[in-house]
Design a protein around this ligand. Structure first.
Ligand code: NAD
Ligand code: GLY
Length: 359
């Protein structure tokens, strides 16, 4: 097992990474210390991993709330249902919520923990690659508004993350690829060497090679922990982690949170960000081709066929990363060097979107 730290002073917490951690009674027992524990999970993950986690928490008062699976349930109504369970079971302020599942479970459970009695502890037990490399770390919690992604939420850090990479063996290939989109992001914004390593390990990763997956989760968490420690509330550099997300969130919302998985929308958004960077003379065409080729080898979509460029631009303007001063975008100066800039004029964005979206 490897343990990293997210260094946030009194709110610092460990990220434990390894295979079989959910069944490690000693680790789980000392990481989740509350007497009352509510495990929030979903209908797909519960039959796979709930028993093992409950066995590791055998001495606690442990209740479970199982959500219907999927992004379309990441709503305030779902949060209210979890609060109903907490109230019905008489959960106190020193209780702990454990999020067992992907990013949807983690985001909803974390936001519920932030709200219940003005904040109770929560521990992330991510079971998708996307959640292990990204959403379980850093304290962004939220639910969606029907018109805009993650519109209602809070920065609220977990007290620990237990990333059991053994759970990735049951992940459907499409979900694995969606997580790899966020992994590619780290290479693009911060670490050219890691991007090159990914190019050399596509087959190993798609074959769920444990060493390759372990390296990917560790390196991604190291990079994310570094950025979060520097800029917890996204006043500056943390926004780099949104590469492809302003485009991607617009696509997710236009697709009714059902056409593309989050990571797939991010992959298309990453290509759009790369093409915008090329148009602005920042990135070379050959680097943009390398980026698209890697996403494609991971089996990710790189085009948003059938959408109008104007609809995408309008959806981007609602994104919560827009400020009164306008929209910022994450662009690339090179592979490994992300930059945050005011969005270019609409005409330029519309021409990039027309090339990549409306085919
Ligand atoms: P998800 O939670 O919907 O999980 C994807 C699917 O995989 C679901 O059907 C789930 O039931 C299933 N699943 C989970 N673990 C499994 C396993 N081990 N084996 C088999 N099936 C399994 O989606 P996700 O991709 O994990 O997360 C996407 C969400 O994360 C989005 O809502 C996105 O906005 C959010 N997100 C948040 C942050 C953040 O910083 N908070 C960062 C990135 C993404
Ligand atoms: N996923 C973006 C962030 O955590 O900031």
């Amino acid at each position: 097992m490897d343990t990293l730290e997210v260094a946030l002073g009194a709110r610092s917490y460990p990220i434990h990474i390894g295979a079989g951690l959910i069944g490690d009674r000693e680790l789980v027992g000392k990481t989740i210390t509350a007497e009352q524990v509510l495990i929030v999970t979903d209908t797909t993950v519960a039959p796979l991993y709930l028993d093992a986690l409950q066995r590791s928490l055998a001495e606690r008062t442990c209740r479970t709330h199982v959500l219907a699976e999927g992004e379309q349930h990441k709503t305030l109504a779902t949060l209210a249902e979890i609060v109903d369970t907490l109230v019905a079971e008489n959960f106190h302020r020193d209780a702990c919520i454990v999020a067992l599942g992907g990013g949807v479970v983690g985001d909803i459970a974390g936001f519920t923990a932030a709200c219940y009695q003005r904040g109770i502890d929560f521990v992330q037990v991510p079971t998708t690659l996307l959640a292990q490399v990204d959403s379980s770390v850093g304290g962004k919690t939220a639910v969606n508004h029907p018109r805009a992604k993650n519109m209602i939420g809070a920065f609220y850090q977990p007290t620990a993350v237990i990333a059991d990479i053994g759970t990735l063996t049951t992940l459907p290939p499409r979900e694995l690829a969606a997580g790899l989109a966020e992994v590619v992001k780290y290479g693009l914004i911060l670490d050219a060497k890691f991007f090159g390593w990914l190019e050399d390990h596509v087959e190993a990763l798609l074959a769920l090679d444990a060493d390759a997956l372990g390296h990917v989760v560790r390196r991604s968490c190291e990079l994310k922990a570094m950025i979060v420690a520097e800029d917890e509330r996204e006043r500056g550099r943390r926004a780099l982690l949104n590469l492809g997300h302003t485009f991607g969130h617009a696509l997710e919302s236009l697709g009714g949170y059902g056409r593309w998985l989050h990571g797939e929308a991010v992959a298309i958004g990453t290509v759009l960000a790369a093409c915008t960077s090329v148009e602005l003379g920042k990135l070379t065409v050959s680097d943009a081709e390398r980026i698209e080729a890697l996403l494609d080898r991971f089996g990710l979509p790189t085009r948003a066929n059938g959408l109008s460029e104007r609809a995408i631009l309008e959806a981007m303007a609602i994104d919560k990363k827009a400020t009164a001063a306008g929209l910022n975008l994450v662009l690339l100066d090179a592979i490994g060097t992300g930059i945050i800039e005011a969005a270019p004029p609409d005409e330029l964005l519309l021409s990039v979107l027309a090339d990549l979206a409306a085919n």
